[in-house]
Design a protein around this ligand. Structure first.
Ligand code: C2O
Length: 493
C-alpha cells in the first residue's frame, strides 16, 4: 500500500511537467510519444497522399475563417510579421513553436489528429515541390513566387557540401545564430549563424515574392515546409548527431506569448520546454538531411547508411519509462557553450561591394598561423559585421579565399569556396538595419596552399536568376578573420 502510494506520488511529480506541457498523464505520455505523427519528406508523398490532401484542406479552411479568428491564414502570417526573431538564437525555438501550433490547428480543422506537417528537403530537391504549383485553384500555389517551377536553388546556398558543413558544426552559438539577453527585444538583429544565414535566408530570397519578405512569407504555403526542414536540421543536429543546445538562462527562460492553440486561445510558451516538442509532439522520418554520396566537406562526416537510420530509430522509438526519462533529460540537458576568440585579424576598413565587381579584401593574417591553429583543433572564421540587409529579392553573397577571379558562376565545388550568406528582407522602409554574418573557413584554409603574410577574401554578389535589381551594392562595416575555439561543457551551467 505504502509502496503504491509512494509510486503514485512519484508519478504525480514526474507527471506534472508533462501535464502542463502536453496535457497527458505519465502513462498516456508514453502512448503519445509512441504515436506522435511522423513529419515526412514532401517528395516521398504522392500528390493524392492523405497528408497533402489534408494540408490543402487546412490551408483552404484557414483562408476562409473570419478575419477576427486568430487561426485565419492572414492572422497566422501576421504573427510572423509582428513577432518573429531573426539574426539571434531565438530563431530556432520561436519557429519551432510557431510550426507546432500551426500543425495543431491543421489537425483540428481537418479532423485528422495524426496530421504531420511535411518538410521540403532542399538539399535533396532544390526546386519548389510539384504539388505547390498549378493555378489559383490549388490552395498551395502562390502566384507571387519569382522562382520558376523547375529552377533549382544555387548549391552554394543549399548544396550537400554547404549544408553538410553547417550540420557538422558542433557549436550551438554558431549553429543557432547569435546570443541576445532576456532584457533585449526578441527581434534584436545580432548575428546570423550559417543555418539561418545561408540555406534559411537563401531559400526565402531564391523563392522570392511573398517568401522574400518577413511580413508576408507565411502567406506562401511553402513557408511552413521550408521551416519544417530547418526544424528537421535542428532535430537531427541535436538528437542524431548528439550535439547540445545551450543551457544559458537567457535562452531557456525566454517566453513567447503570441501563438494561439487550435481553439484560437492565446498560449504562453517557453524556450526550455520547447526542447520537448520533438520528443512529445511529432517525429521525423529517418532520412538524413544531407543525402549521400556528397563530395567530402573536410569536416566530420555523418555516420554512414544503416548507422544513420539506426540513430534516428533510437531517438524516435521510446518504449519504456526509463527510455522516456532518459530522452526527456537529454532533450533539456544542454551545455555551457562558448565560441572563444583566440586571435583576431581585422581588416580595419569598411567595404562597399557592387554586383559584377567582386571584392578583394586583403587581410593581414599569416596563413601559417591559421594552419597551426587548425592543427591545434581551433577553427578559422571569416566575420562580416554591420552588413546592410535590404537585398532580399536581389542577390546573395558568395565568399572565397585567394580567388581574385571569382565570379557569380564560380561553383561551390571550387577549392577556394568558403560559403555563402543571404538576406531575409529587413527593409521596413525605415532606417537601414544591419546584421553580422560569419562563415567557417577552416576547410578551405586547410586544403589550400596559402603563402605570404595575408589572406585575400573575395566576396561575389550573385543575383538570383532573372531578377530586376532594386539595389546592387552591399556595405560591410568591418571584416575580419578570427581564430576561435569551441568550448562546450556538458553538465556545466
Ligand atoms: Cu521567420 Cu524563414 O522566417
Amino acid at each position: 500500500m505504502e509502496q503504491n502510494r509512494r509510486e503514485f506520488l512519484k508519478m504525480a511529480v514526474l507527471g506534472a511537467g508533462w501535464l502542463t506541457f502536453g496535457g497527458c498523464s505519465f502513462e498516456s505520455c508514453l502512448q503519445q510519444i509512441a504515436n506522435r505523427p511522423i513529419r515526412k519528406d514532401v517528395n516521398t508523398l504522392a500528390a493524392n497522399d492523405p497528408i497533402i490532401q489534408a494540408y490543402k484542406s487546412a490551408v483552404s479552411q484557414m483562408k476562409a475563417l473570419p478575419a477576427g479568428d486568430p487561426r485565419n491564414w492572414i492572422n497566422q502570417a501576421n504573427i510572423h510579421a509582428n513577432h518573429c526573431p531573426h539574426g539571434n538564437w531565438f530563431f530556432l525555438p520561436w519557429h519551432r513553436w510557431y510550426l507546432t501550433y500551426f500543425e495543431r490547428i491543421c489537425q483540428k480543422l481537418t479532423g485528422m489528429p495524426d496530421f504531420a506537417l511535411p518538410y521540403w528537403n532542399w538539399v535533396k530537391d532544390p526546386t519548389v515541390p510539384a504539388v505547390f504549383w498549378g493555378d489559383a485553384g490549388n490552395p498551395l500555389y502562390d502566384s507571387t513566387r519569382q522562382i520558376a517551377p523547375n529552377q533549382a536553388i544555387d548549391p552554394s546556398l543549399v548544396g550537400c557540401s554547404v549544408v553538410g558543413t553547417i550540420m557538422s558544426d558542433a557549436n550551438f552559438i554558431d549553429f543557432a545564430s547569435d546570443p541576445i539577453t532576456l532584457a533585449q527585444d526578441q527581434r534584436t538583429v545580432a548575428g546570423f549563424g550559417s543555418l539561418e544565414g545561408t540555406p534559411h535566408n537563401g531559400v526565402h530570397g531564391a523563392v522570392g515574392g511573398d517568401m522574400g519578405q518577413i511580413a508576408l512569407s507565411p502567406r506562401d504555403p511553402i513557408f511552413w515546409l521550408h521551416h519544417n526542414m530547418i526544424e528537421k536540421c535542428w532535430v537531427e543536429w541535436q538528437f542524431v548527431r548528439n550535439n547540445a543546445n545551450t543551457n544559458d538562462n537567457n535562452w531557456t527562460s525566454r517566453h513567447f506569448t503570441e501563438f494561439f492553440d487550435p481553439d484560437g486561445n492565446p498560449v504562453d510558451v517557453q524556450v526550455g520546454i520547447g526542447q520537448l516538442l520533438p520528443v512529445l509532439s511529432y517525429q521525423f522520418d529517418s532520412l538524413p538531411v544531407v543525402p549521400s554520396p556528397c563530395p567530402a566537406t573536410g569536416l566530420t562526416p555523418p555516420p554512414a547508411g544503416n548507422q544513420w537510420a539506426a540513430a534516428w530509430e533510437k531517438f524516435n522509438t521510446v518504449k519504456t519509462r526509463a527510455d522516456q526519462d532518459a530522452l526527456k533529460a537529454r532533450a533539456q540537458a544542454g551545455a555551457s557553450v562558448k565560441l572563444e576568440e583566440i586571435l583576431r585579424f581585422p581588416l580595419g576598413a569598411p567595404a562597399t561591394i557592387a554586383v559584377g565587381r567582386p571584392a578583394r579584401l586583403r587581410i593581414s593574417a599569416p596563413p601559417a598561423s591559421l594552419k597551426m591553429a587548425l592543427s591545434a583543433g581551433e577553427r578559422v572564421l571569416i566575420r562580416f559585421d554591420g552588413v546592410t540587409l535590404n537585398h532580399t529579392t536581389d542577390f546573395f553573397a558568395k565568399v572565397f579565399i585567394a580567388k581574385p577571379d571569382a565570379a557569380a558562376s564560380t561553383p561551390d565545388s571550387d577549392p577556394h569556396f568558403v560559403g555563402s550568406f543571404a538576406f531575409f528582407n529587413h527593409d521596413h522602409g525605415g532606417a537601414a538595419v544591419r546584421g553580422n554574418f560569419h562563415l567557417d573557413a577552416s576547410a578551405a584554409v586547410k586544403r589550400l596552399d596559402l603563402a605570404g603574410n595575408s589572406v585575400e577574401v573575395n566576396v561575389v554578389l550573385t543575383p538570383f536568376p532573372k531578377r530586376v535589381l532594386k539595389s546592387n551594392v552591399l556595405e560591410i562595416a568591418a571584416t575580419e578573420i578570427q581564430i576561435v575555439k569551441d568550448v562546450i561543457e556538458r553538465g556545466v551551467k
